[in-house]
Design a protein around this ligand. Structure first.
Ligand code: GRF
Length: 187
């Protein structure tokens, strides 16, 4: 089976991007990352596009036609999957409809709990016993699409925001690749 052409959207550090690039080098992994889009010209993650020689584009999302610009690129690179990895913009309904293919996201909580931003501080305030990460399909509702995979851990009394982030992200590096394998190898 051939590999799926994927595009990763980022806004920040790009550690999930780096992890996915590394996994996708395995000939057995279902996707190839052909394109990277960042809406932030200062995103640290752009370094991985450069290092691994993957075409990347910085998109100014303050312009009126930015979605059309992205859609053109997706067509040019024959992209059939978008992986959001720390992309801090909402995907519009118009974009979802026009792209018409799979878009997935990783979120640092056990959805449907703690949608949106500042998850770790809210999890601590709510004195949750357990947390984790979720890979899900993107629809027009924020962090609201069908769940593909979740991984969780128990919170200890020593945990703070920093440790929760670290523990959550180490699960993200397992969950995102597993979700892709689940979608393309077992469906
Ligand atoms: C991840 O924690 C992800 O769950 C959230 O944004 C963060 C991105 O981290 N959506 P990175 O840019 O992949 O390091």
């Amino acid at each position: 089976m051939g590999k799926i052409n994927a595009c990763v959207f980022i806004s920040g550090k790009g550690t999930n991007l780096k992890n996915l690039i590394k996994k996708s080098r395995d000939y057995n992994f279902p996707i190839n990352i052909r394109l990277i889009i960042s809406n932030n010209k200062k995103a640290d993650g752009i370094i991985f596009a450069k290092k691994y020689l993957i075409p990347y584009f910085i998109i100014n999302t303050d312009t009126r036609n930015f979605e059309a610009v992205i859609l053109k690129l997706l067509e040019k690179y024959k992209i059939s999957l978008i992986c959001l990895a720390g992309y801090m913009k909402i995907i519009s309904k118009n974009f979802l409809n026009k792209f018409g293919k799979k878009i997935i996201n990783i979120h640092p909580s056990l959805l449907p709990k703690f949608k949106g931003l500042n998850t770790f501080s809210r999890i601590l305030i709510e004195k949750e016993k357990k947390t984790g990460c979720t890979v899900h399909y993107v629809n027009e509702r924020l962090d609201g699409g069908t769940i593909i995979i979740q991984k969780g851990f128990f919170i200890s009394s020593q945990d703070d925001e920093k440790s929760l982030k670290k523990r959550t992200q180490s699960l993200e590096y397992l969950a995102y690749p597993e979700a892709l394998i689940k979608i393309y190898r077992y469906n």
